[in-house]
Design a protein around this ligand. Structure first.
Ligand SMILES: Cc1cc2nc3c(=O)[nH]c(=O)nc-3n(C[C@H](O)[C@H](O)[C@H](O)COP(=O)(O)O)c2cc1C
Length: 211
């Protein structure tokens, strides 16, 4: 396999400043509905990048679960590696790769835990098995075997069957409040459109970036 030969020409009408709305979160919602209409599977998957206490970066997919006026919400384990990273450095980025529409959205901002009530609210909506999974997973820690996990799941699944599973304290949401959002639209000849929204004291300012 020679990846150097893999090349795709991006053809579409591009991204003009006139097409954009002034608030990047509203713009995100517009693009999100378009990617949904395009039938893209799991468009809410996004790469969350964090840095640890030694400034080493890492990225992993998480699912966007809510878009608020002031940020992007995802849920995870508060004792996981990513959560430890966020505890020492709350600056994170989110990357959405929507290749079907030749689009990418990059969000840079600050992650903070949402309230207990808000996490409870989403926890209540989750399927029973997902709740049990979150209950038994000591996310990011080393485990001895797959079996250990399966046994823990079965035990808890039996214990809680027919009952309301309480949200464990180690599970909840974060909101990423953006200070920069870039909309990238693939164009021909690698002359892609990139429009960046930067948050300033005067509000959001919009700049076109070189591809
Ligand atoms: C498409 C996709 C969606 C995922 N969504 C989540 C999620 O919403 N929350 C989560 O904690 N992990 C999610 N994961 C698993 C994470 O990528 C990761 O393995 C896990 O959170 C542990 O990360 P950490 O050890 O860096 O903290 C998802 C993985 C994939 C591939």
């Amino acid at each position: 396999m020679d990846l150097r030969q893999v090349r795709k020409e991006y053809e579409n009408r591009g991204l003009r400043e006139d097409d954009l709305v002034s608030d990047p979160i509203d713009q995100f919602k517009i693009w999100y509905s378009e990617i949904e209409e395009a039938g893209y599977s799991e468009p809410n998957a996004m790469v969350l990048s964090t840095v640890d206490k030694n400034a080493s970066p890492s990225g992993r997919n998480v699912l966007l679960k809510e878009v608020r006026e002031d940020g992007f919400v995802f849920f995870t384990n508060y004792e996981s590696k990513k959560a430890k990273d966020i505890k020492t450095n709350k600056k994170v980025s989110l990357t959405f790769s929507w290749n079907e529409l030749r689009r990418q959205v990059l969000v840079e901002g600050v992650a903070e835990k949402i309230s207990e009530n808000e996490s409870d609210e989403y926890w209540a909506m989750r399927p029973y098995e997902s709740k049990i999974g979150s209950l038994v997973s000591d996310q990011s820690s080393v485990i001895s075997s797959r079996e250990e996990l399966d046994v823990a799941f079965e035990t808890q699944e039996l214990k809680w069957r027919g009952l309301e599973v309480p949200r464990p304290r180690h599970w909840g949401g974060y909101k990423v409040s953006p200070n920069f959002i870039e909309f990238w639209q693939g164009r021909q000849n690698r002359l892609h459109d990139r429009i960046g929204y930067e948050l300033t004291f005067e509000g959001w300012i919009v700049n076109r970036l070189s591809p």
